[in-house]
Design a protein. Structure first.
Length: 143
């Protein structure tokens, strides 16, 4: 479950960054490998923040690792953070956006993802998404 305000009993064990990579009203979605957490589900370029990294540094690193694309810090826009509570653990979820003038080639990391597609946020809601991404899409795109 996600919260826009910090819940009283919130105890995060890590922080995650994610990015809406946008082009022509569509966002880049990545299909996770089956052996990964949330396997065989669709998600965004995302990942845990490593020790000593800022949110921005982690986001730039994750996009490069997962798509092969490098972006300057100025290209990324910080949108918001939400507080996520799963029965197993809690975490902070930071959302970024990058708007592309042209559709860039995507070079997937085969250890992480098996496919990708570009979809309008509303259509993405029809996919089997990683937990709570549907709520984040609704918040971010006013769906």
């Amino acid at each position: 479950m996600i919260y826009q305000e910090k819940p009283k009993d919130f105890n995060p064990v890590f922080s995650i960054v994610s990015c809406y990579v946008e082009h022509n009203g569509r966002i880049l979605l990545l299909h996770r490998q089956s052996q990964k957490p949330e396997g065989n589900r669709w998600g965004l370029p995302a990942g845990k923040i490593d020790e000593g990294e800022s949110e921005l540094e982690a986001m730039i690193r994750e996009i490069k690792e997962e798509t092969g694309q490098e972006f300057s810090p100025e290209a990324l826009e910080y949108l918001d953070k939400v507080y996520v509570k799963y029965p197993e653990y809690h975490f902070l979820y930071h959302m970024f956006r990058v708007k592309l003038e042209e559709e860039l080639p995507v070079s997937l990391s085969p250890k992480e993802h098996q496919d990708f597609q570009w979809l309008e946020p509303e259509l993405a809601l029809q996919l089997d998404l990683v937990r709570d991404l549907d709520e984040c899409l609704k918040l971010s795109y006013n769906i």
